[in-house]
Design a protein around this ligand. Sequence first.
Ligand code: AMP
Length: 408
Amino acid sequence: MLFKDLNLIDPLQRALTKEGYIAPTPIQVQAIPQLLKGKDLIGIAQTGTGKTAAFVLPILQRMHEKHKHVTPGFPRVLVLAPTRELAAQIGDSFAAYGHFLHFKHTVVFGGVSQVPQFKSITKGVDILVATPGRLLDLMDQGIVKLSGVEFFVLDEADRMLDMGFIKDVNRIVSMLPHKRHSLFFSATMSPQISELTKRLLTDPVRVEVTPQATTVERIEQKVFFVDQDNKDALLLSLLQQDHLNCVLVFTRTKHRANKVAQTLNKNRVGADAIHGNKSQAHRTRVMESFRAGELQVLVATDIAARGIDIEDISHVINYDLPNEPESYVHRIGRTARAGAEGTAYSFCAADERSFLRSIEKLTRMEIDVMRHRYHSQRAQDAVGEEAKPAPRKPRAPPRRQGHSTHKR
Ligand code: AMP
């Protein structure tokens, strides 16, 4: 089965070709024809299965078929996601697959200023991707109205419930028009989830994919338990091996990305950092040197890495583990492009141990532990408070009680 067999319109086919996608994934094969017919859908699928394209493509096609002018403040599509990371990734998918169409989208989430979000909404957006707390803030201020929503997607419903968003979701759903096209995605199905689908969906089709066919399984993954102070030494020792020739290193913050690149340079390893504080010109120059093989290592934060398009990354190294498990899947996916097999190494200090547990829960696999000279048994055995990062001092009091813990 190829994408061209799915009856997608030409602008979407062209966008898929531009992305380099030829064959749809199992969830896309099952979901796209049903959604193009206008059916409500329950998708049991996790990150890494291609579930985002499975809903973004048919929604764009149906929007295109009944073209309407956008009214500011009244989005036609609402996608709810539990985390800002996931919301941003969904926004990127609308941008990528909608490249040859002319819909506007925006992503709103908490923990950052409302001003740019407010501005883009009041200019008029067709597609709004949101985390529940910030959406309710914007609705309460009258900035967003949901009465024009034609397509509603609830993504990662199980995590939404785990994170305590159920009341917010219910409130948002109560403001949606009754006549709408609804899509529901969850990695797992519990009685509570099943109950929610009954309230949200009308005569839905159910599609389910097992996580077997995901990229995650094609990637050789190893975890190195190590104390924070030994991460540099471990990284340097790994980079001495010849086959680590095109390495993408992920850090949690921009500051740490700069520091790692500096340490590598001091030790005569060709490396540079890219992140949001660097100019576009710098970024372009760095990417060119990396592509040309002049730099062995590119150090990046999650956000900066999203725009990177490099085919031959030999290794992804998670210098820091991400606190959102789906970022792990996206990060390591950079090393297995176009069906290639890749390798991903993760460094895990004691205060990241809980992140590793969430990653293993999401990917439903146990990552092989590597023995090495900097091995930290304390990191491997960490539980409870020791397994989590020390709480950071809040910069400003959170706006909405109850959501602050989900924001970074
Ligand atoms: P998702 O499960 O939506 O998070 O997608 C996982 C990854 O697979 C993303 O990086 C997508 O860009 C990529 N992807 C989605 N559909 C396809 C496809 N048909 N062929 C190749 N890659 C895909």
